[in-house]
Design a protein around this ligand. Structure first.
Ligand SMILES: [Mn+2]
Length: 305
């Protein structure tokens, strides 16, 4: 691989096929094991491989979507993106960002239908993918599921902090882009005021589901999912847990809608495996990833369910 942008994972997400570059008309899994700006408890750098490791131990069939990973495809796992390891969070973030930019430079995400599913890593890594999709799709809808607003203008000296990721995405928003947030239950007074002013925050699952349901079938949708969206009772293995979160079935309601939409990219971030020594959080996250992969392919297998 040129510039060694990727390193092969020992266990690709099951049943994905290893690949060395993003493949057209496919879902491409990319691990981004970076946690250099994490402020509370680190460990998300090991998230991608933890999800892969348990992916073999869960069913490939989803009874929720009535789809099977073994029957959709093609599905590729590109391994892990090069990230910096100097200890300087800003510089290390930039290495990951530049790696993704180099990996996808010149690729036609629209015409070739290149779909990326990134596995974090801390939430700051999502910015690289989302920027690419914002540049590709002038009418992109960014769905943000998270406990945190992530609208700070930098945090603890990190311009690209995980607590600032949505703010950094907004830097690249055009007039046709739309942000919709759900699950947010932690942030500053200013962040909540901003969300109210800009009508980005949905207060209930029903309201958020209604928004997604009403999106046109051709409207490109990107989902960024911070796993602390879920209640820490269900998924404790994350660095910044917040009580009062959603459960798996709330997510399933959303994923069933996404299956009928044009999902063009997604990321699942902030799994910190060592924080949950039972391993339950890894399995939970792997199942979330399974449902998302199937949702990517939903439009191609009819809109049943
Ligand atoms: Mn969060």
């Amino acid at each position: 691989m040129e510039y060694e942008l990727l390193s092969r994972s020992e266990n690709p997400y099951y049943p994905a096929v290893p690949a060395l570059s993003p493949q057209p008309r496919s879902v491409n899994i990319i691990g981004v094991g970076f946690d250099g700006t994490a402020c509370f408890r680190k460990g998300a750098s090991l998230g991608p491989d933890a999800i892969r490791r348990v992916s073999e131990d869960i069913e490939t069939y989803s009874p929720y979507l009535d789809m099977d990973l073994a029957e959709v495809g093609p599905l590729f796992d590109l391994g892990n993106l090069r990230v910096g390891a100097s200890g300087d969070g800003n510089a290390d973030w930039l290495v990951a960002h530049d790696s993704f930019a180099a990996l996808t430079a010149g690729l036609d995400f629209t015409g070739d239908e290149i779909k990326v599913l990134a596995l974090g890593g801390e939430h700051s890594v999502s910015c690289s993918m989302i920027r690419k999709y914002l540049q590709t799709f002038p009418d992109l809808v960014l769905l943000h599921l998270d406990a945190h607003a992530d609208l700070r203008d930098g945090y603890q000296g990190y311009h690209y902090s995980h607590a600032a990721v949505i703010r950094r995405c907004l830097d690249h928003f055009g007039p046709g882009h739309r942000l919709a947030q759900f699950g947010i239950r932690s942030g500053t007074r200013e962040e909540f005021a901003w969300m109210r002013e800009n009508n980005t925050l949905y207060a209930s699952l029903a309201e958020f589901a209604g928004f997604v349901e009403n999106l046109g079938a051709e409207r490109p949708v990107y989902l960024t999912l911070d796993l602390d969206f879920f209640d820490p009772a269900f998924l404790p293995g994350t660095g910044t847990p917040e009580a009062g979160g959603e459960d798996f079935l709330s997510f399933i309601r959303i994923v069933k809608l996404l299956k009928t939409k044009r999902l063009v990219g997604a990321d699942v971030v902030e799994l910190a495996p060592a924080i949950d020594p039972t391993g339950n959080s890894d399995v939970f996250a792997a199942k979330v990833v399974r449902e998302l992969i199937l949702a990517f392919y939903g439009g191609e297998t009819g809109h049943a369910g």
